[in-house]
Design a protein around this ligand. Sequence first.
Ligand code: SAM
Length: 244
Amino acid sequence: MSTFPDFVRAANIADNPDTYQRENEAIDPSGALWNGLRQAADWAGRTVLDLGCGSGFWLPRYAETAARVTGVEPDDTLLERARDAAAGDPTIDVLPGSAERLPLADHSVDVVHARFAYFFAPRCGPGLREVLRVLRPTGTFVVIDNDLRHGEFAELLRESPWAAPQGTADVTDAWWVDHGARRVEVMSAWSCASGADLESILRIEFPAEAVDAWVRRHPGQASLSYGYALFVVDGSTGDARPAR
Ligand SMILES: C[S@@+](CC[C@H](N)C(=O)[O-])C[C@H]1O[C@@H](n2cnc3c(N)ncnc32)[C@H](O)[C@@H]1O
């Protein structure tokens, strides 16, 4: 499955890659998140690392404007899917690796994105140090995390024991501020073709009873509001901070 010691299997995508693909397709219909990411650090004409790239859904999207894209993924099965997603595009590389073991040279990347992968504060100091090793001093690291305070998805997260490893908003925010990050909130949504489609996606993210209760409160609802928290670390300043 994976030989990387810091690997934590992500059941939502690893057990349900096709449903997770539909989740990614439902994300951000207005483009608010994508615009927020571009404002944090535009990747047009630059090198991008998608760290913990899963099945590689986002790799071709970065490649539309990036000079080069690298996807790194520790889960062997997802790695194969990511290779398939990138097949035929010579600007994309897909490599085995993990947040604490990046197969990249020092100061070789302009923009690093970690989307719901590994960087759940406060246990991510070693990964931050490794990202700062591969990031150019002019580069930017953006962690794409859940906003645990705002939006309907956050309500579900707060009720779910499965989300407990993601930590609490106050601890997460304090850790990132302490490590040189600025925090950016983006409100977006998930938008599905039907209520049944949204329900099937929620079922890979939350326990059955939490989804059952949500569906009873929102019968037939095909979309929900979704708050993102971006933690943005500059390559020039991040290194100076004590990465614990
Ligand atoms: C929820 S999935 C998100 C996948 C992808 N970023 C996306 O948004 O489609 C979390 C990913 O992190 C990967 N992962 C697990 N442990 C990791 C580690 N130590 N370093 C980097 N990625 C890791 C999982 O294998 C999985 O692909």
